[in-house]
Design a protein around this ligand. Sequence first.
Ligand code: HEM
Length: 145
Amino acid sequence: MNKSVLFVLMLLISSCAQTQTSPSSTNTVPSLFERIGGLPVLTVVVSETIDRSVNDPKIKRSFDGIKLSTLKQSVVDQLCVLTGGNCVYEGETMQNSHRDLKITTAEFELFVEAFRTSLNKHVGEREKNELLKILAPMKRDIVTD
Ligand code: HEM
């Protein structure tokens, strides 16, 4: 093998190795958390959803005496984790935190509707549907009727 063939071969091998070891962050798909707009948008959506629920006579009763700023932070942390954000959720399971509230299907649906209203304002259609898909299966742990 002459020197120039060897040189070309070495070049090929090294460019191959580089392709394989190049950082994956350059071509990873953005998480739902990122596509939503991260914590600023999640915080607004959760805040609007809870404020709307607290002012809705049909579901407000569960929020009596609850510290809303703490609840909002907890829901933001939870949704941040579930959408792929870099947060820590230290709250209770959905079952434990909602058991005593005896939440009905109708109340759950109104709460999700409040979410939908806020998501409509702040995120794209695709992101809204992906987030609603994360919330839907929680129903079985939250609703007790
Ligand atoms: C998919 C829908 C829901 C999600 C993702 C959700 C999420 C959460 C989270 C993360 C907490 C905090 C738990 C903790 O910090 O230990 C919480 C607590 C609470 N949630 Fe929900 N929730 C949902 C539905 C509802 C509904 C439908 C209601 C009432 C109509 C409700 C009322 C409350 C209340 C009042 C608390 C505070 C309980 C307490 O501190 O004793 N939630 N929820």
